[in-house]
Design a protein around this ligand. Structure first.
Ligand code: HMG
Ligand code: MG
Length: 305
């Protein structure tokens, strides 16, 4: 097995990170965070969600965030759960959306208040409508390696939902280990299972780091042929509908691991550490990133050295 020479990092901190933080940041600060992430060289960034503000108050006013972000050379994506969300996203000028299904019925009901089948029917309409407006759609499958309510999840179910999302026109499907219970061998097997229904270049991985295995899982998936990795600056966040789920794997830790293995990301670790520190200062919390902690302990030597 070999690893790639280049990996595309999808920064989800401004959405998946901030959606589960105690403090709600203003649109201006959320946009500043995104601008700093872009200045670090991240070109794919999830900027927010057009979901119910009662369900996720942290993501309210994502339209204002989009208006405030410098969009040059940036692929900004927003989460959309229904047609109302798509209409609002289009009105705000979104050029990429993400729809989010699950491989577990109970999680689907708790997260978006409908069954998996209902969600796929709904998303087929949304993706078709988005594409009609020239807007690309990404698909998520949640709970791919375990569900907080149902426990074990069948890989065949994950593959079937992933195949359905690609079949309706999503350009990529991101496999979400929502509660961070995956381990490397299981993660690699899952990628191999999904690769039976989807080309490897359309499969991304999305690990939450609840038990500290996210980097190992990512490495196992890179060896299986994955080239797109989701992560969140400073390891912010989690999912409000998955009790006990920790934040995503920290982008700093992913970029550091890849740099150390001579795998290109196009990201400046120094600038990324600054962006993560900015968000943490606004949230009044410490970074979950091990790399951020290590550089802080070293009192700020150049991270890219
Ligand atoms: P529902 O209750 O079935 O929908 O919610 P509804 O149509 O009956 O509407 C209920 C209320 O929400 C109404 O307001 C609507 O206007 C409003 P009310 O009349 O009660 O005041 N509403 C909306 N408001 C703004 N924008 C909208 C919208 N739609 C309805 N688009 C719904 C269904 C999906 C909308 C709701 O459950 C919801 O928004 N849930 C939030 C889901 C969410 O954001 N989850 C977290 C992201 S998923 C995740 O983190 C996993 C991922 O990271 C991958 C991984 O880690 O595995 C992606
Ligand atoms: Mg997530």
């Amino acid at each position: 097995m070999s690893v790639p020479s280049r990996v595309s990092v999808v920064e989800v901190g401004p959405r998946d990170g901030l959606q589960n933080e105690k403090l709600t940041l203003s649109p201006q600060i959320r946009a500043d965070f995104i601008n700093r992430l872009a200045a670090a060289g991240l070109t794919r960034i999830e900027a927010g969600s057009f979901v119910s503000p009662t369900a996720v108050p942290q993501m309210a006013h994502t339209d204002e965030v989009l208006a405030l972000v410098h969009k040059q050379n940036l692929r900004l994506s927003v989460l959309v759960p229904n047609l109302r969300g798509l209409i609002d996203a289009l009105a705000a000028g979104a050029s990429e959306i993400a729809v989010f299904a699950a491989a577990s019925e109970t999680f689907s009901e708790r997260n978006i208040n409908c069954s998996i089948e209902e969600s796929l029917e709904r998303y087929a309409t949304i993706v078709a409508e988005a594409r009609r407006h020239g807007v690309m759609a990404r698909g998520y499958v949640s709970c791919v390696l375990g569900c907080p309510y149902e426990g074990a999840v069948d890989g065949a179910r994950v593959a079937s939902v992933a195949g359905a999302l690609l079949g309706m026109g999503c350009f990529e499907v991101s496999l979400g280990d929502t509660i961070g219970v995956g381990a490397p061998i299981q993660a690699r097997r899952l990628v191999q299972r999904v690769a039976q229904v989807a080309p490897l270049d359309k499969i991304a991985v999305h690990f939450h780091d609840t038990y500290g295995l996210a980097l190992a899982n990512i490495f196992a998936c890179l060896e299986a042929g994955v080239r797109v990795v989701d992560s969140s600056a400073a390891g912010l966040g989690g999912c409000p509908f998955a009790p006990g789920a920790a934040g995503n794997v920290a982008t700093e830790d992913v970029v550091h691991m890849l740099q150390r293995m001579d795998i290109e990301t196009g990201v400046s670790l120094d600038r990324l550490l600054e962006a993560g520190a900015f968000a943490c200062a606004q949230l009044n919390r410490a970074p979950a990133s091990r790399v951020a902690q290590a550089y802080h302990a070293k009192c700020g030597g150049p991270a890219d050295a």
